[in-house]
Structure formats: structure tokens, C-alpha cells
Design a protein around this ligand. Sequence first.
Ligand SMILES: [Cu+2]
Length: 203
Amino acid sequence: MKKHGALLAPLTVVLTLASLAHVAWAGDLKGKVTAQGLRSSGNIVVYIDTIAGQSFPKPAQHVLMNQDHLAFVPHVLPILQGTTVDFKNNDAVGHNVYWPAVNHNRKLAINLGTWPQGGIKSYTFNDLGDVSLLCNVHPQMSGYIFVVPTPYFALTDKEGSFTIRNVPAGQYTLKTWSEDAKPSTQSVTVGSGTVTVNVIVKK
Ligand SMILES: [Cu+2]
């Protein structure tokens, strides 16, 4: 028995270290988007595309899209596939919410209806791609939801900077979406620590 114990102890240490190392193999993906021919490099969705063999549970937590001062706030809302969005009217006037398509597929058009101040309607987005939000009471109102396949996404700030935290080590396809620019695609490798990438998007 004594001999067995002496052999097992180091083996346990090795296995424990191996599993710790596996957990630690993740990094932050930091970068800057340069938008050519656009007014701003802000409000651009940056995300890791579908990872073969991996699916992600639907987030339990709802995400809020406000109608506030006759605008959709935030203007662009990236979400993981399967997320439920709560549409809230914060104004003293009635607002409607509808979208004419999801990812250009008009069969996925929805009109949620019109409701007064303080009211919330919820919708779960299971289809990937861009959703152009409109209000049929106020034609000037416009916003976007962009549904992505992985939880590894970010929205650029005014300067075009973004950070996607805690991405497991691996090779991925990094994509962008903007309401004004063409989508971009590039490959990226994440190890441990911070990886810096530059992304160029074009009108
Ligand atoms: Cu409205």
C-alpha cells in the first residue's frame, strides 16, 4: 500500500497541474477597427464566428433595448444567439417595434406591436445576423440588433477600440458587422495573455 501511495501522489499532482493549465489557456483579444470611408469607427460589432463542434447555452439573463427620447438605445446591440431582449418604452408617447427581416430573410419579419410608457415586450433571437429595428409611429427611429454565434464579441467605442475578454486559446475567424460598412473576416490566434489585432473595414 505504501508503494502505491507514493506512486499515486505525484500522478495526482501532474493531473491537477494539467487541468489548471487548461483553464489558464485563455486570453484577451484587444484591437482597433479602422473604418475607411465612414464617419466613425464606433458602433461596429467584432465577434468570433461559429466554432466547429461548440455550442453555447442560451443566456438566462435578458438584455435591454430602450426606446428613449425617440431613439433606440443602444443604437447597436450585439447579442449571443438565443438571448432574450426586453424592449422597453421610456417615452411619454406610444412606440412600436418591428423588423422587416433578419439577416435579409423577410420570412423572419416580426411586428411586436405598439405599447405605452413603462411597458416591456420580450423576444428571443434564435436566428443569426442583423436585425434592423424600426418604429412605425416614428419613421426616423432606427436601431440594430446583431445576433452572433459565440459569446466572444464586443462593440467598438468611438475610437474603434474593442476588447473581447477571456477567449479560450485557439484559432478563430474574427468578423465584423457595421450598419454602414461591408463585413470583414480575418483569422486570429489566441493563446494566453493579450493578443492585439488591427481590423480594417471598408464602406
Ligand atoms: Cu416610436
